[in-house]
Design a protein around this ligand. Structure first.
Ligand SMILES: Nc1ncnc2c1ncn2[C@@H]1O[C@H](COP(=O)(O)OP(=O)(O)OP(=O)(O)O)[C@@H](O)[C@H]1O
Ligand SMILES: [Mg+2]
Length: 272
């Protein structure tokens, strides 16, 4: 059954967009038809992340306002066959998005695609609330392990609960194994328990994420820890009981310290 999944956060800059792009690519690579909707109106990023910069013709607002057909606004992602992007409008405002038409458009997309991932703007203001009115089937709430971010995630979870939407599932991003081991950082499990939310994924802080963004490519195309983390989340979304590695429990050997893994390019399906 098709699912619409809204990806939100309290604080901005926690990794929603890179997670949405790579999760979408992971799902599409596994043969699950997926659309990413960039709903960060005015501040789009998915076109760059997915290698579509300067190729966008029609966008989300055009499609919702019926200035084009939905298929005209759906762009094929060159970096990931099978993945489609509905880009955000660069010059529109959040208020230009008609919530009822948007909801209908998502229902239409659900007839043709298995997963509709919606990349939300940061915060709990109008743009975010508009998207909650689209009644997504699932909500992924992204946070980093720092206290300010966790506090804002809690606030976002309260707003989501007040709208009587499904309980958000938590993704904790940018975890540092060594800091957790030294008890200088909270683990994903502790954060999920504190927020009383189910854990959907834990993603390490990984320099390959930054490097892939620099290259306008996806980190799931590289052999790295973040890639494995996102592939696990994709499998969990699909209902598999994939265990959590529990970042912070791993002991780094001297050999790993001396010879860190050099990321190499791989295609996502190589490792399946
Ligand atoms: N796991 C990670 N390891 C290292 N860097 C990361 C990780 N996740 C995200 N980043 C860095 O954080 C930056 C911001 O990520 P991103 O744009 O996805 O955040 P966002 O939550 O969508 O921001 P906004 O709220 O502004 O939309 C990325 O460019 C990337 O360099
Ligand atoms: Mg973003």
């Amino acid at each position: 059954m098709a699912e619409s999944i809204l990806i939100v956060s309290g604080k901005g800059g926690v990794g929603k967009s890179v997670i949405a792009a790579n999760l979408g690519a992971a799902l599409a690579s596994a043969g699950r038809s997926t659309v990413i909707i960039d709903a960060d109106i005015g501040l789009r990023s998915q076109d760059t992340l997915l290698g579509l910069e300067n190729l966008v013709v029609y966008d989300l607002i055009d499609a919702v306002n019926k200035e084009c057909t939905i298929s005209e606004a759906l762009h094929d992602c060159p970096s990931c066959p099978g993945l489609k992007l509905l880009p955000a409008s660069q010059f529109a405002r959040v208020r230009d998005l008609d919530r009822n038409r948007f909801r209908k458009m998502i229902n239409t997309l659900k007839q043709d695609y298995e997963y509709i991932l919606i990349d939300a703007p940061a915060g709990i203001e109008k743009g975010f609330r508009n998207l909650l009115n689209a009644q997504p089937d699932r909500v992924l709430l992204v946070t980093t392990p720092d206290q300010l971010c966790i506090r804002d995630a809690e606030r976002a979870a309260q707003v989501i609960e007040a709208k009587q939407l499904p309980r958000p599932e938590l993704i904790v991003n940018r975890l540092e194994n060594e800091l957790i081991r030294r008890k200088e950082m909270l683990s994903a499990r502790v954060i999920a328990d504190t927020l009383d939310l189910p854990l959907a994924g834990e993603i390490p802080d990984d320099p390959v994420v930054y490097r892939s963004v620099l290259r306008n490519s996806l980190f799931i195309n590289y052999d790295c820890e973040a890639r494995l983390a996102v592939l696990r989340i994709a499998e969990r979304l699909h209902g598999s009981m994939i265990p959590f590695p529990e970042i912070g429990k791993q002991r780094i050997t001297l050999r790993q310290r001396l010879f860190p893994r050099i990321p190499k390019e791989v295609t996502p399906l190589d490792r399946h």
